[in-house]
Design a protein around this ligand. Structure first.
Ligand code: PGA
Length: 251
């Protein structure tokens, strides 16, 4: 099994005046946890501040979105080469909030995924079903569709240089977590769906769980064989909580 990977997703939160305290506390805590890998995905305006505060730490920097084109007349958008300028390692693509609130299709998400990889950064691609889809029994079909466009565009092997985050929409920010068994079932499905019977490929895939992960439920979720870490929203804004989750991921 791989080392666990814990990624904070600040979403549209943070403030220039408060980020330093949070990041310093997190960096100090993570420095004492050699058994876990960490990253934080911050809003664009805080990339420079975060880059400088994380300098010399083991914590990687990420962004939460990107435009698929490399440059041009796209007012208000940010390209992957701009993210590279700040030494970002990761970019979240296809978060359910982007898909649902901003109408991003799986095809667009795949284009963003491609643009991130082309620049040598790692996409964190999010997939997951709504409550209605789960209750209708189409969870597997939904995540398959969300990943299929990437396979179509770049081939299955492209997932080797990416991170996949399974985030059931009904569990995001709701305090309602998938049970470890529910999450494990979908994670195992995703691994199999991408890697087939290629065991080495399957093991190389990094599949995170996201959706109301907190200090109380993290250890149990991370104990499941196909859960390689977590994508943490709300709890990543509180140093103590984020560190407790990182600690739960330590070997
Ligand atoms: P949450 O968000 O931990 O606040 O549920 C997770 C996410 O949306 O990435």
């Amino acid at each position: 099994m791989q080392r666990k990977f814990i990624v904070g997703n600040w979403k549209m939160n943070g403030a220039l005046a408060n980020n330093e305290t949070l990041l310093k506390e997190v960096a100090n805590g993570v420095a004492k946890m050699p058994g876990v890998d960490c990253a934080v995905c911050v809003p664009f305006p805080y990339l420079a501040q975060t880059q400088s505060l994380l300098h010399g730490t083991s914590i990687k920097l990420g962004a939460q979105n990107v435009h698929q084109a490399n440059k041009g007349a796209y007012t208000g958008e940010v390209s992957v080469s701009m993210l590279s300028d700040f030494n970002c390692d990761y970019v979240i693509v296809g978060h359910s909030e982007r898909r649902n609130l901003f109408g991003e299709s799986s095809q667009l998400v795949a284009e963003k995924f491609a643009s991130v990889q082309k620049a040598g950064l790692l996409p964190i691609i999010c997939v997951g079903e709504t409550l209605e889809q789960r209750e209708t029994g189409i969870t597997e079909a939904v995540v398959t569709e969300q990943l299929a466009e990437v396979s179509k565009l770049l081939g299955e092997q492209s997932f080797r240089t990416s991170v996949i985050a399974y985030e059931p929409v009904w569990a995001i920010g709701t305090g309602k977590t998938a049970t470890p068994e529910q999450a494990q079932e979908v994670h195992a499905f995703i691994r199999k769906n991408i890697a087939g019977f290629d065991e080495e490929f399957g093991q190389a895939l990094c599949i995170l769980y996201g959706g109301s992960v907190n200090p109380t439920n993290a250890a149990e979720l991370f104990s499941m064989p196909d859960i390689d870490g977590g994508l943490i929203g709300g709890a990543s804004l509180v140093a103590e909580d984020f560190l407790a989750i990182c600690n739960a991921g330590q070997k």
